[in-house]
Design a protein around this ligand. Structure first.
Ligand code: KIV
Ligand code: ZN
Length: 507
């Protein structure tokens, strides 16, 4: 039995994370990510803000109704309609949590809310009481807490505990706090609020100064027992506390920690990949824990040390975050059963129909690529399983390019059941391909971002392309993988156009 206190991991990738510019997710993607969060064993999933839009409402309801064994939370402003809407979306869930928030700083109260302290206090009490009439699991957040008068926060927290709040969140909404200061703020609240033992004190740190993880740790060391965080540190502006960093600090420096988490860290890397694929936001290569270089050793001295003893330069074992050991997974003779076993062990659960699609793609790829790694399989999973209904699908693509040739692409698409084809020239082969797609589909979207990465090493590696595309003010991402990078680019572009159509249909 461990004598350590548990830190409640409140994951808000689906709510604050989705507030990252361009990171919106659809219903299926949010559901897939919620399933992954269950594998990670987070304690609370904040699934969305139901009063914000019908799309958000549907996503929260879908997750609350179908994902069990974890608390599902939904955000609401301190007003009756938001709280009623949040409850309507949440009520099918296991131990659902209504999370209400109201600002307590002078700046927010004066300029944004135009409310006095007395009005804020009264509204907070009234809202918590209303939420508590639906569920005993109520969280209250004092927005901009770290820039608020702490005695006022104490007054509000004491009153909302009386009104039925069981979690009190003290956000560093603007990412302004310093670690020592944030720790001292938490210590102050813990010492001053007389009924604090009836609730859990939580923090929610933004990363504007790059201090979100450090501030969360300082808060833990002073009594906070819930941390709100996101995968890959996604979130409003510079993002939130990165869950993978916090969990790995607590695990790696267990010698210094009086707390632990329930996170199954072996699911961190696949979960991080899923988030970047869904949102189209690649992880920076030198990002702690999940960046491509986090376990790469470049200098000769380091490589030599690693060969002699891994721990000379590695403080964490990559296997502990679920990073593939570069294992050869399967070959072209592997059957459906072996593939399913491998996919299960990677933490995915597929329907029979999804498995069939993945199996067909796997066989196609194994014919041209000798060695298949976990990463290859993962790229196929992303492509096939997260694929949204296709209004436009790629049939064939032929491209001519070189140093003295006018780059030309000939493409055949299926649109509404009919095959159509077109050839176009461009500045390069990708430009030619995208032009022919735009002409065939009659679309006028703008390409905002394009990236291509090699999924594994070797010249026969699959290329993974991500694009971000804008049309009529709507920004979507598209993703495609293929051993041929121009084909991967065409798939990514079509995937983005299909998403635009899907959104236009009101999803
Ligand atoms: O940053 C913030 O203050 C928030 C609250 C709604 C918790 O996201
Ligand atoms: Zn926030």
């Amino acid at each position: 039995m461990s004598a350590k206190d548990k830190i409640i991991i409140f994951d808000t990738t689906l709510r604050d994370g989705e507030q990252s510019p361009g990171a919106s997710m659809n219903l299926q993607e949010k559901f897939r990510l919620a399933q992954k969060l269950v594998k990670l064993n987070v304690d609370v999933i904040e699934a969305g803000f139901p009063a914000a839009s019908t799309g958000d409402f549907d996503c929260v309801k879908n997750i609350a109704d179908n994902i069990k064994g974890v608390q599902i939370a939904a955000l609401a402003r301190c007003n009756k309609n938001d709280i009623d809407t949040a409850w309507e979306a949440l009520k099918g869930g296991d131990n659902p949590r209504i999370h209400v928030f109201l600002a307590t700083s002078e700046i927010h109260m004066k300029y944004k809310l135009k409310m006095s302290r007395e009005e804020v206090l009264a509204r907070a009490i009234e809202s918590v009481k209303h939420a508590a009439s639906y569920t005993p699991n109520v969280e209250f957040s004092a927005e901009d807490g770290s820039r608020s008068d702490l005695d006022f926060v104490c007054q509000v927290f004491e009153a909302v505990i009386e009104a039925g709040a069981t979690t009190l969140n003290f956000p560093d909404t603007t990412g302004y706090a310093l670690p020592e200061e944030h720790g001292a703020q938490i210590r102050y609240l813990m010492g001053k609020i007389p009924n604090i033992d009836k609730a859990v004190l939580s923090v929610h740190c933004h990363n504007d100064l790059g201090l979100a993880v450090a501030n969360s740790l300082a808060a833990i060391n002073n009594g906070a027992r819930q941390v709100e965080c996101t995968l890959n540190g996604l979130g409003e502006r510079a993002g939130n506390t990165a869950m993978e960093e916090l969990a790995m600090v607590i695990r790696t420096r267990a010698d210094q920690m009086t707390v632990e988490t329930n996170i199954v860290t072996e699911h961190i890397y696949p979960a991080s990949r899923l988030v970047s694929t869904i949102t189209g936001m690649p992880v920076q290569p030198n990002k702690a824990i999940v960046g491509a270089n986090a376990f790469a050793h470049e200098s000769g001295i380091h490589q030599d040390g690693m060969l002699k003893e891994r721990t000379t330069y590695e403080i964490m074992n990559p296997v502990d975050i679920g990073l593939s050991k570069g294992n050869l997974v399967l070959g072209k003779h592997s059957g459906r059963h072996a593939l399913k076993d491998r996919i299960d062990s990677m933490g995915y659960s597929l329907s029979d129909e999804e498995l069939n699609r993945v199996f067909d793609r796997f066989k196609e790829l194994a014919d041209v690529k000798k060695e298949m790694f976990d990463e290859d399989l993962e790229a196929i999973l992303m492509d096939e399983v997260l694929r949204i209904p296709e209004a436009y699908s790629l049939r064939t693509l032929g491209v001519m390019s070189g140093s003295r040739v006018m780059p030309t692409a000939g493409i055949r698409l299926e649109i509404d059941g009919k095959e159509v084809e077109k050839a176009a020239i461009g500045i390069g082969p990708i430009d030619a391909t995208f032009r022919s797609i735009a002409e065939l589909t009659g679309t006028k979207s703008k390409l905002l971002f394009f990236s291509v990465n090699s999924i594994t090493g070797g010249t026969d590696a699959q290329g993974e392309v991500m694009v971000r595309v804008e049309d009529k003010g709507r920004v979507v991402i598209g993703q495609g993988a293929d051993p041929d990078i121009i084909t991967a680019a065409a798939k990514a572009y079509l995937n983005a156009l299909n998403r635009l159509i899907y959104l236009e249909k009101g999803h």
